[in-house]
Design a protein around this ligand. Structure first.
Ligand code: FAD
Length: 490
């Protein structure tokens, strides 16, 4: 640790001693390999420079760490698995990386109110095991992110999962938070602020939103009460192959709105080839479907399931009658029996190895939420930009909240050890984000290049209010500086 690079030093030795005093010597890491690992992720976003990686054990240690950092104007970047794919946990202004993986307790659940209280280090894998063992009639909206990623961070980032069509983005699943603010004070949000049962956000002023999508720049959540969904006795995942993206969108629109299905998502043809182990030179045969629509269905009884599958068959037939190219739906399990390499698409949580385990290991995306009225136009333009830059057109899309809005996510795999490839990826991501913003789509898990593009166009009143909130909650600017356009500690 070098004193010169602390923004307003306490001298390195003094800082180190203070951190050791808070979390213990074995949980303060300053060796080169640990700092390098915390300063980099799998994306094209510029590396940061951590000066210490500190792993607190509970809310009390988080509070003591923030109080110390606030007093000394030291940046603090919270992180769990660092797999957000937006560069959001990179310590761009140095300081301390706060590794939250030791806060890994599933504190309690309330079966009657249908929620679970988790710490930030609880992963999708851990939650799945806990529900299997303790609440087999409840489930969660599973993200396609690796099982070792944080459920709480995903909810704070308004992520999306296997129940997004029915219930919307993950921020809405937060009933309440326990948060530590920059000065070390702790607060609860939601009904939890008053009631011992964290039953919902209503009816108090909704302060939970002060921490959703702020990317750790307003405080650190040390607990969240997260809603669970009923796990119905009968579930199936059906697949419909679509001749082209337009046919896929037509089907997704109608399936999304009919309110029958848990989730509806589509992915384009390169995903199928990558699952097969292809790495480069992907080419689509003109007879191959352009997209695969995946529909998650759950029901209380076999008869209800039959009825829901009948709705799927009818709506598909109607779309075909309207001129769309859509094959009959089939069971994902059948596909996996025929082609075992598709197994990662059939179970949740899952590991999509092909995305991370390839030469160069770079993975990034522009993921956006926006109006489904511009789905087709946005998807075609994004694919055109990817194609022009030499990337296969990997698009994942789904209706959200029964089709009130939709997702367009453009994914790029690249070689992060090749500076030219990193630069090509960076330019492409900016071009895709710009094209989407022009169409009214808004990048989620917003990387800083996309923040710049958004704030250029944002309502000045919004930008002013954003600054007012940030200054009120983090007056010295220590919380994950670099996010949402806020600079280093002042
Ligand atoms: C292959 C792959 C597939 C993915 N698929 C999906 C998908 O289908 N849906 C989806 O939504 N996401 C997906 N993701 C994105 C991502 O993995 C998830 O959003 C994930 O849950 C983030 O968890 P993390 O532990 O990596 O968070 P991190 O990257 O460690 O943190 C994310 C952000 O939250 C902040 N933060 C972390 N903890 C706290 C806290 N306690 N308080 C305040 N701020 C905090 C960090 O500073 C950072 O800004 C995918 C990622 C990969 C690699």
């Amino acid at each position: 640790m070098t004193a010169a690079t602390w923004p307003a030093p306490p001298p390195a030795a003094e800082a180190h001693a203070a951190l050791v005093g808070i979390v213990g010597a074995e949980h303060v890491r300053v060796e080169r390999s640990a700092l390098a690992a915390a300063s980099r992720d799998v994306t094209e976003n510029p590396e940061g420079h951590a000066e210490a990686v500190v792993a607190p054990a509970g809310a009390g240690e988080v509070a003591a760490l923030l109080a110390w950092a606030n007093e000394h104007r030291v940046p603090v970047t919270p992180v769990v698995a660092n797999q957000n794919l937006g560069g959001l946990a990179l310590p761009v202004h140095g300081g301390v990386v706060c590794d939250l993986r030791r806060l890994d307790r599933i504190v309690t659940h309330d079966a009657e109110a249908g929620y679970v209280v988790v710490e930030p280090g609880v992963t999708f894998g851990m939650l799945a095991t806990y529900l299997d063992e303790n609440l087999p009639d409840r489930t969660y909206s599973w993200s396609f992110s690796p099982p070792e990623t944080s459920v709480l961070a995903n909810a704070l980032l308004d992520g999306l999962g296997t129940m997004s069509n029915k219930f919307g983005s993950q921020g809405l699943w937060i009933n309440g938070l326990e948060v530590v603010l920059a000065d070390g004070t702790t607060a609860h949000t939601g009904a939890w602020a008053v009631s011992d049962v964290a039953f919902g956000r209503a009816p108090l002023p909704d302060l939970t939103g002060l921490f959703v999508n702020f990317q750790g720049s307003t405080g650190i959540a040390t607990k969240a009460a997260l809603q669970l969904a009923p796990k119905l006795a009968h579930t199936t995942r059906r697949v419909v192959l679509a001749r082209d993206l337009e046919s896929a969108f037509a089907l997704m629109r109608t399936l999304g709105r009919c309110t029958t299905f848990d989730d509806v998502a589509a992915m384009t043809w390169p995903v199928a080839k990558l699952l097969f182990g292809a790495e480069s030179g992907l080419v689509r045969d003109p007879d191959e479907p352009e997209a695969m629509v995946v529909v998650d269905v759950s029901a209380n009884t076999p008869k209800e399931m039959e009825g829901k599958l009948d709705v799927l068959a009818t709506l598909r037939r109607d779309a075909v009658s309207a001129g769309h190219g859509l094959d009959k739906a089939f069971d994902m399990e059948h596909l996996v029996r025929l082609v075992p390499r598709y197994a990662p698409l059939a179970r949740m949580p899952t590991t999509l190895d092909f995305m991370l385990d390839h030469p160069g290991g770079g993975l990034t995306w522009v993921g956006t939420y926006g109006p489904t009225s511009r789905w087709e136009e946005g998807a075609r333009e994004g694919c055109r930009i990817l194609d022009a830059a030499g990337f296969p057109p990997i698009v994942v899309t789904r209706p959200m909240a029964t089709g009130h809005y939709g997702v367009l996510r453009f994914i790029c795999l690249f070689d992060r050890d090749d500076p030219a490839d990193v630069e090509r990826t960076r330019r492409t991501m900016v071009a895709v984000a710009t094209a989407m913003i022009e169409r009214g789509y808004i990048p989620y898990k917003t990387p800083s290049y996309a923040v710049d593009l958004l704030l250029e166009r944002a309502d000045p009143g919004f930008t002013e209010l954003l600054g007012t909130v940030k200054r009120a909650l983090d007056p010295n600017g220590i919380m994950n500086p670099g996010r949402w356009g806020f600079g280093p500690p002042g």
